[in-house]
Design a protein around this ligand. Structure first.
Ligand code: XMP
Length: 327
């Protein structure tokens, strides 16, 4: 299946009927390819791996083994949502690995952004490989590779991060059921498969997760401030009609503190930075014009509900010159 290309004549999947047709064709192809063998999938809860999982669950049921690795850098509620949707509702064979301590221990004291990213990527492969070795009779590895991944790696823009990475003793055959789809088509198919909107239409989220938003050396308390402030921002954007309108929005917590006053007492605490941007391809980005009253309301909530935070700032920088993420 790994040599399949998107046919030039393929109609863009823009309607539920076209999504349904794709799903039926894929289910037949998956059943033919896999038969009664077992398939392993790293399920992050992102759109691509979730739709891949949903298709495979329909095609082969419990012969799909999903592994959800919680690296401790996920957003608030994400691991719970993966468990609820896939284990409880779709009855999937899901292995949940809470590797939070392992990741945070490895990251302790590491402040260089690239080193942090490398540690997170390497540790992820290690945890996943350990889980894979515990399983018997796995023949295939499923991946949520999508068509832009292939195009970008062919054009030399981005290393195809999905392919490979696993040690040689885990040489599985690949299954890539959404390989020929563009992102909007993956969402259409996911919606048709009954995945919740919060999963299908969610904003992009980097592999290293909140780790690149907890600037510098990650500490548990500051990571918690990133997670809680991000949850408040998402909740307020959803309530105020900005969810689905703004391309990406999140919070960052830098590793410095400033003086404030709380209940008449000096409060030497962190700032939270809000970033909200729009883009077509993430190569350039403009800053969303968030209503001032909403920013004030979010500031009020964050400074009162998030432990250790006494200021809120808004990042006014387009890309270039600022990248979207801070690290
Ligand atoms: P930057 O910060 O480079 O980000 O302007 C552009 C887009 O890519 C996302 N991003 C990542 N996505 N793994 C990913 O899957 C990563 O390591 C990664 N780093 C950045 C970022 O969130 C933005 O949407």
């Amino acid at each position: 299946m790994e040599t399949i290309s998107r046919p030039a004549s393929m109609e863009r999947i823009t309607t539920p009927a076209l999504a349904k047709k794709f799903i039926e064709e894929q289910l037949a192809a998956l059943k033919a390819q896999i038969g009664s063998d077992k398939v392993l999938l790293a399920l992050s809860g992102g759109v691509d791996s979730s739709v891949t999982a949903a298709l495979l669950i329909r095609a082969i049921g419990k012969n799909l083994v999903c592994v959800h690795v919680n690296h401790g850098l996920l957003r608030k509620g994400e691991p719970e949502q993966v468990i609820r949707v896939f284990r409880d509702e779709m009855k999937a064979n899901l292995i949940y690995v809470d590797a939070t301590d392992r990741f945070l221990d490895k990251l302790a004291g590491v402040s260089d952004p690239e080193t942090k990213r490398k540690i997170i990527g390497k540790e992820f492969i290690e945890v996943f490989a350990e889980e894979a070795r515990k399983l018997d009779g796995i023949r295939f590895l499923a991946q949520g590779t999508i068509w832009p991944d292939i195009l970008e790696s062919e054009a030399g823009i981005k290393a195809h991060h999905n392919a490979g990475g696993l040690p040689d003793d885990l040489a599985f055959e690949l299954v890539e059921p959404v390989r020929i789809l563009f992102k909007d088509e993956v969402r259409m198919v996911g919606h048709e498969l009954g995945l919740p909107d919060g999963m299908v239409y969610r904003q992009p989220f980097p592999g290293p997760g909140l780790g690149v938003r907890c600037v510098g050396a990650i500490t548990r308390d500051r990571l918690e401030a990133v997670r809680e402030s991000d949850a408040i921002l998402r909740e307020e954007f959803a309530k105020n009609g900005l969810e689905g309108k703004v391309w990406q929005y999140f919070t960052i917590v830098p590793d410095f503190r400033s003086t404030g006053v709380r209940d008449g007492v000096r409060a030497f605490e962190w700032p939270v930075v809000i970033r909200a941007v729009n883009t077509r391809d993430a190569m350039t980005a403009t800053v969303e014009d968030v209503p001032f009253a909403l920013l004030q309301h979010i500031t009020e909530r964050i400074t009162h509900e998030v432990k250790g935070v006494n200021r809120v700032l808004f990042d006014l920088t387009p890309k270039p010159v600022g990248t979207i993420e801070w690290e």
